[in-house]
Design a protein around this ligand. Structure first.
Ligand SMILES: Nc1ncnc2c1ncn2[C@@H]1O[C@H](COP(=O)(O)OP(=O)(O)OP(=O)(O)O)[C@@H](O)[C@H]1O
Ligand SMILES: [Mg+2]
Length: 507
């Protein structure tokens, strides 16, 4: 049982943190009451993750105090924070894929018997916690085999096992499907109802409005608004974040498609069966679908990252069915992968060098070399155009905040001006103002006569951008809709495998 607490669960006073060239947190005060779900919002680079890292003992503040349950604390490490009852779910999970759910839950805090880990007790403990909190997950499943929504449950169970009373979640829903996100909020609400406290970093206004009690907004490291969710609105939060009015979920006008740029027939690879599709110049084709229905596999096959078992692919009339990823790039394909860390960027290299990657054969290069002055000028242009928040193009990419790294990746790939752009989850982790900018840039790219194949988990993004929408279900393209037919209900039904409104896929 959680003891009754009158004191704030978390009280930050005057937290200041300076990185070279950046004031990441500037005298931040934040009070979170027990039993509250408190959303922390702000533009990319506003200082949210930094503040949470300080609270969790991962970074040391330059100034300021932290009180937990009314007691002054100062953590040198996350273990100190854990001992004080804090738990954090990081955006990239820290689980052991080869271990079972039960083993991960009790890891480093195992029930023991005669000094040995008591496996039966671990299973019972994981099972009981899962039951108690409505976090159903098989204790014997291997974590590596679980979908991302269930892995996140394991992370939460792990924190509960260690007795966390306050949970910190940094963009927990960025990688979840909408229904997984709904389930997560049900769980968070029941934890809060038991007196636990939740601090949640997110860019999604809908979640904040439906799932939080209070909202604190940071801008340039400072608190600019403290709001009671029930008394505020999406527009008010957006305005506080950006200092201007933001047009949310805009539906862009359709383009004027020209010649076929990408022609795919019968593409088959594990996870994808006989996909047929075309993308024309001046056209954005969106692929909608619940995550895990073959969208990523299809894009990876088109990018040359997985071999085809059958089928045929041409790019501007050139056969690229068996071309390598590099050959495809040379023939006119740019690619924004879903995973910006593992595949997309080099964290130790500078922002400027990351922006120049892959540009060795473009106008940037001089006899195959990249002169440093062109690299820096190129970086300055893209930093400006995409609003990448960085103190200098020379800092390592690892110093960028999550959303700014995403802007870097999009900017670099658009700068290729390749005839075909494959783009997955273009605005994952990006703030609402920057989403608007990225959308405008993608539309301008299309209107300049390029072809774009877009995969997104955000239906509003697909609807706002795509001239044509394909729906993938169980590895097949099961329906195709023109922009004006692609309303939310129709797409939702098709994504769930519904056949009522299904039209034969045809181009
Ligand atoms: N290790 C570091 N070295 C230098 N600068 C850093 C470092 N970590 C963060 N910063 C800078 O501090 C600022 C705040 O970053 P932070 O990651 O807290 O932003 P955020 O609000 O979490 O943004 P996002 O929504 O994009 O995740 C950014 O300008 C970032 O570039
Ligand atoms: Mg962050």
């Amino acid at each position: 049982m959680t003891p009754p607490r009158a004191e704030p669960a978390v009280e930050l006073r005057g937290i200041t943190k300076r990185f070279p060239g950046t004031l990441a947190n500037d005298r931040v005060d934040l009070t979170v009451r027990p039993g509250e779900i408190h959303a922390l919002m702000g533009e990319n680079g506003a200082g949210k993750s930094t503040l949470m890292s300080i609270l969790y003992g991962m970074e040391v503040p330059d100034a300021g105090t932290i009180r937990i349950d009314g007691r002054d604390v100062s953590f040198g490490s996350p273990s100190g924070a854990m001992a004080a009852g804090l738990g954090m779910v990081h955006q990239s999970f820290k689980l052991f894929d080869s271990l079972t759910v039960a083993e991960n839950v009790v890891y480093a805090a195992e029930p023991r018997r005669f000094g040995l880990v008591n496996r039966a007790a671990a299973r019972r403990r994981a099972g009981a916690l899962a039951e108690e909190h409505g976090l159903a997950v098989d204790p014997d499943a291997r974590v590596g085999d679980l979908p991302v929504g269930l892995r996140q449950r394991v992370e939460i169970l792990k924190l509960l096992h260690r007795g966390a009373r306050t949970l910190i979640l940094d963009e927990p829903t960025a990688v979840l499907t909408p229904s997984e996100a709904d389930t997560l909020f049900t769980v968070l609400k029941s934890l809060a109802a038991q007196g636990r406290t939740v601090i949640l970093v997110t860019h999604k206004l809908r979640e904040v409005l439906e799932g939080s009690d209070k909202v604190t907004v940071l801008r340039d490291g400072r608190v600019v608004a403290r709001l009671v969710t029930a008394e505020t609105s999406a527009d008010a939060i957006a305005a506080a974040m950006t200092g201007r009015a933001v047009e949310l979920d805009r539906i862009h006008a359709a383009g004027t498609p020209g010649d076929v740029v990408l022609d795919v027939s019968g593409l088959t690879t594990p996870g994808v069966h006989e996909a047929d599709l075309t993308v024309r110049a001046g056209e954005i084709v969106g692929i909608a679908g619940v995550a895990g229905n073959g969208q990523s596999e299809l894009i990876e096959a088109l990018a040359g990252l997985r071999p085809l078992e059958a089928g045929h692919v041409t790019l501007k009339g050139q056969d690229i069915t068996h071309a390598s990823a590099t050959e495809r790039r040379l023939k006119g394909l740019a690619y924004v992968p879903e995973d910006r860390h593992a595949v997309g960027t080099a964290p130790a290299a500078s922002v400027a060098d990351n922006l120049a990657m892959g540009h060795h054969r473009t106008s940037l290069s001089h006899r195959g070399l990249l002169p440093p002055t062109s690299v820096r000028a190129h970086a300055r242009r893209l930093v400006e155009r995409f609003g990448i928040k960085t103190s200098s193009p020379d800092v390592p990419a690892s110093a960028l905040s999550g959303g700014n790294l995403q802007k870097l990746l999009i900017g670099r790939e658009l700068a290729h001006e390749a005839p075909l752009l494959l783009v997955e989850q273009p605005t994952r982790g990006v703030d609402i103002g920057a989403i608007q900018n990225i959308h405008d840039q993608l539309i301008a790219y299309r209107d300049a006569g390029h072809a774009v194949l877009l995969v997104s988990a955000e239906l509003s993004e697909i609807r706002g951008l795509a001239d044509r929408v394909l729906v993938m279900y169980e590895g097949r393209i099961t329906a195709t809709y023109d922009k004006n037919e692609a309303d939310e209900r129709t797409l939702g039904l098709a994504m769930a495998g519904g056949t009522n409104e299904r039209r034969e896929a045809a181009d």
